[in-house]
Ligand binder design. Structure first.
Ligand code: NAD
Length: 510
């Protein structure tokens, strides 16, 4: 299928084309089997080439070859490439955000926020490029030094999901590059234009800094061709972001060849609201985390666990706040809730609401499809609130849509047990002004999640902390703190300058 076959050039198409051109991609040169569709209108945007399994293998060949040069470039010099990428992202923040909005359906503020996250991780990685510290430990033997050195790992395979089309790539790639690795990126086919935009800007930074061009590879393809990445021993690390279903396939397959993985999978994030909470603050935190991005963040709040004494008051406030949410095409900057990604996302939401009702729940607001006449091919929904008598099977599942389940509790221990009693372990929050309650929540016997917040919602993490979660969320950590260590291999070195050969533990031999 050719792009010239697209009959009508809508304003969305024109905006996307202009953004691509500004970034350095000529849309008239694109052609192929991948059809990009906008959830804003349901229209087809552009066709892009689809890579085959052989193409993926060739990309691994090139990345592996380039790695051999790149690993010997001093880390602070590697950092200059990432620094330049950050500058280009700053310059083209709006252009890339337009692509993200067109393909993922976010408000422009959230889409620009996603690009800002890329700029932030570039800054972080540039600093980190001068801090790939190894430790020196005292040796038990005289005239010996014991130390560790961090070395580049090799080719990193990055697999990413539709809902953060570009930020997840940068979390991985900015760090992988300063660590001396090369990267093969397989984005979700649903957001191929955003991927092409982010990749093009990085390719330009690499060229301008005279770094090896092949250290980054973009493969636009389906999951089947991408499986080449999973099986190739030249790819020591796979960083995969997506559903728990995907992680279940990817994790064991990479482990079978002793490859490493960073798995960033589904969440089922909850907030506990105690009688000591500032309810107005809690309300704002909950509504943004539950309804923002139309419930399509891995950190979206899916459960509120509220003390029985304030449950009625909080629920009424939530319902009133939900009535004020503006739903529609987020190219209108007044709109807060954009579309679901596609029909299957919509169907998933309807199925979950039906199951919740069958399991004793009551849909107290939302759940209906809206704007169907205006956008018959797009899926806009009213965010839903469902009160549940218990944490049933459907509540324990991640439905990737704006459904907020409300559960009640009587003791904080019971609330924490409910919060933890789901298969996923990504993000969590407590709203309370009571320090004891807050401290218990973040203690060893509190939340079991990778992210545990106090007086702030479950979504919207900063890049400075390590991001990821436990249990079926996969256990991976990306972004800030010491996540860089996952992209390197550690060597322990014992250096003997004694002229003798004492053995460790006092062992005698010869
Ligand atoms: P998905 O699992 O359908 O796809 C994610 C990516 O994995 C895509 O690029 C897909 O092509 C690829 N993929 C799927 N199966 C594969 C396989 N067997 N081998 C190789 N590649 C494979 O997820 P999605 O619908 O794009 O995204 C939504 C999901 O992602 C939600 O569950 C959400 O919670 C999760 N997510 C998690 C995080 C996190 O950091 N924990 C961040 C964003 C999204």
């Amino acid at each position: 299928m050719s792009n010239t076959a697209l009959a009508t050039k809508t304003s969305l198409y024109n905006d996307v084309s202009a953004a691509l051109q500004a970034i350095g991609v000529d849309p008239s040169t694109l052609d192929g089997e991948i059809k990009t569709r906008s959830p804003l209108t349901g229209e087809t945007l552009l066709f892009l080439p689809k890579h085959t399994a052989e193409d993926v293998e060739a990309a691994i060949d090139r990345a592996d070859e380039a790695f051999r040069t790149w690993r010997d470039v001093p880390a602070p010099v590697r950092g200059t490439v990432v620094k330049r990428w950050g500058e280009l992202l700053t310059e083209h923040k709006r252009d890339l955000a337009i692509l993200v909005q067109a393909e993922a359906g976010k408000s422009i503020s959230e889409a620009e926020g996603e690009v800002q996250e890329m700029i932030d991780i570039c800054d972080f990685a540039v600093g980190q490029s001068r801090m790939l510290y190894g430790q020196t430990m005292p040796s038990e033997r005289p005239g010996h030094r014991l130390m560790e050195t961090w070395h580049p790992l090799g080719v990193v395979g990055v697999i990413s999901a539709f809902n953060f089309p570009v930020a997840v790539y940068s979390w991985n790639t900015a760090l992988a590059l300063i660590c001396g690795d090369s990267v093969v990126w397989k984005p979700s086919e649903m957001v191929a234009l955003s991927a092409l935009g982010a990749h093009t800007l990085l390719a330009r930074a690499i060229e301008e800094q005279d770094a090896p061009a092949e250290i980054i590879q973009l493969v636009l393809t389906d999951r089947y061709a991408a499986e080449k990445l999973l099986d190739d021993p030249r790819v020591p690390l796979i960083s995969a972001t997506g559903s728990t279903r995907m992680g279940r396939e990817v994790g064991p397959r990479v482990a079978a060849r002793f490859g490493k993985t960073i798995l960033e999978l589904g969440g089922n994030n909850a907030a506990i609201v105690t009688p000591d909470a500032d309810l107005d603050l809690a309300l704002r935190g909950i509504v943004f985390a539950a309804a923002g991005t139309a419930g399509q963040r891995c950190t979206t709040m899916r459960r509120v666990i509220v003390h029985e004494s304030i449950a009625e008051e909080l629920t009424e406030k939530l319902v009133s706040a939900y009535q004020t949410l503006t739903i529609g095409d987020p190219r209108d900057e007044q709109i807060l809730v954009g579309p679901l990604i596609n029909e299957s996302g919509f169907q998933g939401m309807q199925d979950a609401l039906k199951a919740a009702t069958e399991q004793g729940g009551t849909v107290i607001t939302g759940g209906n499809r809206v704007l169907e006449d205006e956008f018959p091919e797009a899926y806009y929904v009213e965010p839903a609130i469902v009160t549940m008598p218990a944490q049933t099977d459907i509540v324990r599942d991640e439905t990737f849509a704006p459904i907020l389940y409300v559960l009640t509790y009587s003791t904080l221990e019971e609330a924490i047990a409910l919060q933890n009693d789901v298969p996923q372990g990504l993000s969590s929050a407590i709203f309370t002004e009571n320090q004891r309650e807050a401290e218990l929540f973040v203690s060893a016997s509190g939340s079991d999640c990778g992210i545990a917040n106090v007086n702030i919602g479950t979504s919207g993490a900063e890049i400075g902390g390590a991001f990821g979660g436990e249990k079926e969320t996969g256990g991976g950590r990306e972004s800030g703190s010491d996540s860089w260590k996952s992209y390197m291999r550690r060597a322990t070195n014992t250096v003997n300058y004694s002229g003798e050969l004492p053995l460790a533990q006092g062992v005698k031999f010869l």
